[in-house]
Design a protein around this ligand. Structure first.
Ligand SMILES: [Zn+2]
Length: 132
């Protein structure tokens, strides 16, 4: 490319640091592995005892050590360790049914004065709107 400038492989902040007398030293390998698991793994290691305790009590869900990194909620399935809110969001994305869509269905059924019958797992169900 004509006129393209080659960028230095360091940032302005580093250039400033060096200009002000800062020294760049080579990293020294200490052969020590010091990880903060609560940061690097989202607290999943700390979740193990919490999950086991919930399992022992027969609880379906438990509160993890730290909230979900994706949705920020603190409720996980004891059985699968999946975040419940993320699961719900995935399910909603799959069916394309948001609360708004369901409301639209409600309005439709109300306007038409209709109910919908359907079968699931060999059982008959009816979907209808009732006055609360
Ligand atoms: Zn989540």
């Amino acid at each position: 490319m004509i006129g393209a400038q080659i960028k230095p492989d360091y940032s302005d902040a580093i250039a400033e640091f060096v200009k002000n007398g800062g020294e760049i030293k080579q990293a020294v390998n200490t052969h020590k592995a010091e990880f903060n698991f609560s940061v690097s793994t989202g607290g999943s290691k700390q979740n193990i005892p919490l999950r086991k305790a919930a399992e022992a009590k027969g609880l379906k869900t438990y509160t993890p050590f730290s909230p979900c990194e994706k949705c920020g909620t603190s409720e996980r399935s004891t059985k699968t360790n999946a975040c419940l809110e993320c699961d719900r969001r995935r399910a909603r994305a799959k069916t394309g049914l948001s609360l708004k869509n369901l409301e639209a269905v409600g309005h439709y059924l109300l306007d038409k004065g209709e109910s919908v019958e359907f079968t699931s797992g060999g059982k008959k169900y009816v979907l209808k709107v009732e006055v609360a």
